[in-house]
Design a protein around this ligand. Sequence first.
Ligand SMILES: Cc1cc2nc3c(=O)[nH]c(=O)nc-3n(C[C@H](O)[C@H](O)[C@H](O)COP(=O)(O)OP(=O)(O)OC[C@H]3O[C@@H](n4cnc5c(N)ncnc54)[C@H](O)[C@@H]3O)c2cc1C
Length: 199
Amino acid sequence: MEIARGWGRAVYQRLRGIDTPPGWKSPIRFFDTVVGKELGQIETRGFEGPGPKISAALPVMSSQDLIEAILRDAADATGIVDLRFGHQVTAVVSGWSDQDTEAAVAVRVNATGETYTLAGEALVAADGVDSTVRSQLGIALKGEQALHHFVNCYFRCDIERHVGERGGRVVLRRQPGRRRCVATAGRARPLAVPDCGAA
Ligand SMILES: Cc1cc2nc3c(=O)[nH]c(=O)nc-3n(C[C@H](O)[C@H](O)[C@H](O)COP(=O)(O)OP(=O)(O)OC[C@H]3O[C@@H](n4cnc5c(N)ncnc54)[C@H](O)[C@@H]3O)c2cc1C
């Protein structure tokens, strides 16, 4: 949120507007099932921010899908960003050699299969852990990889009256035959259950 202050008051306030309600940030509660027995809890006050002596910016704990919609609007509003969804970089065409005066990538439009080349003064490889750009440039990752495979399922259900006032809206749930399931349930939020697969 310190960084978000630099994006202007409107963006900052929209982000503050999607903060979770009181009681969501701490504690994290552990259940055997989402509506079942509470096995324990841990205090996670770090999510409540460092306090006004450290920063005037207030923290936000929210959902990625809500945050990204705001960031997209903010990028659009600058008028200098051309956002293209469904356009996939398939190769780096130029930019890595000392002689190159520009960086260029080959792009495929997923919906149509159309391809084109996009060039600019610099290329930022912000394409995630399986980065096409990084692997093409031969930059190795260190350490253990492919630790888990996650499937995130979001759905709405009438669960509030069963969860009651047990507040902690980050619920870790253990299931026989599964390594771990993490559920976030509560007011005005869909239930999210990332499933880490079989143990
Ligand atoms: C289940 C889960 C929970 C997590 N929870 C937290 C948390 O609570 N707090 C936290 O700090 N971190 C959390 N993380 C980690 C966090 O999500 C990642 O560290 C972060 O998203 C990495 O950001 P990134 O920009 O490097 O890559 P990504 O967020 O992976 O973004 C890469 C983007 O590049 C796009 N892309 C990839 N390849 C191409 C291509 N060839 N052409 C065009 N576009 C491409 C992708 O579609 C994607 O939009 C969590 C991760 C997971 C999986």
